[in-house]
Design a protein around this ligand. Structure first.
Ligand code: IMP
Length: 194
């Protein structure tokens, strides 16, 4: 049977790998690189939802392809929601995960409340209609890095119910309980029923 193709509007290789492993074999996931789109899409929305929709709409308008995009980030209530939609460039440079973690740990140095959650918001666009799917994963920020697996803030995020960080837990456990695992679950349910 021919696999159904889905364009995922991202350049982030880690996200593509996670999404492919969550979606399984029924779908062929094409990244922006796969469809020859090498531009950096400007994410200037003021929410995860707005940014996910901007990325999906960009591909739909330019390439005429149905597509989904995901915007995600880490929210720390005791830091007034930082880094939030600025998670990828918290310390200034886009994708500098080490500097982002350093800044987060330094901002939390004197805070007792180290609770945090990851948010994942998926926007699917087809024939001008946008559907939104969301997932969250709650946990705490450790005092220092634990493990080196995953990406982004994974080494300092300890999910509720575990003593290890996402950087230590491995992709199978992460995908089962993560924000992206949950938003993808809703997304897959929708794909199946349509
Ligand atoms: P986006 O590509 O604009 O959605 O930015 C997402 C940013 O949020 C990443 O660069 C990471 O800093 C952070 N982030 C999102 N999901 C995860 C995750 O699963 N683990 C660790 N960091 C994440």
């Amino acid at each position: 049977m021919k696999k159904r193709q889905l364009v995922f509007a991202t350049h982030n290789k880690h996200k593509v790998e996670e999404v492919k492993s969550i979606l399984g074999n029924a779908y062929e996931v094409l990244s922006l690189t796969d469809i020859d789109c090498h531009e950096d899409i400007v994410e200037d929305g003021d929410s995860f939802e707005a940014n996910a929709a901007i990325k999906a709409k960009y591909v739909f308008d330019k390439y005429g392809l149905s597509c989904f995009a995901e915007d995600s980030g880490l929210v720390v209530p005791s830091l007034n929601g930082e880094p939030g939609i600025y998670s990828a460039r918290y310390a200034g440079k886009h994708g500098d995960h080490e500097a982002n973690i350093d800044k987060l740990l330094s901002n939390l140095e004197n805070k007792e409340d180290r609770k945090a959650y990851f948010q994942s918001t998926i926007a699917l666009i087809s024939e001008k209609e946008v559907q939104i799917f969301e997932g969250q994963c709650h946990g705490t920020i450790s005092e220092s890095r634990l493990g080196s697996g995953g990406f982004g803030y994974d080494p300092v995020f300890v999910p509720v119910g575990y003593d290890n960080s996402f950087g230590e837990l491995g992709s199978a456990i992460k995908n089962e309980i993560s924000h992206r695992g949950k938003s993808m679950e809703k997304f897959i349910e929708f794909l199946k029923s349509n």
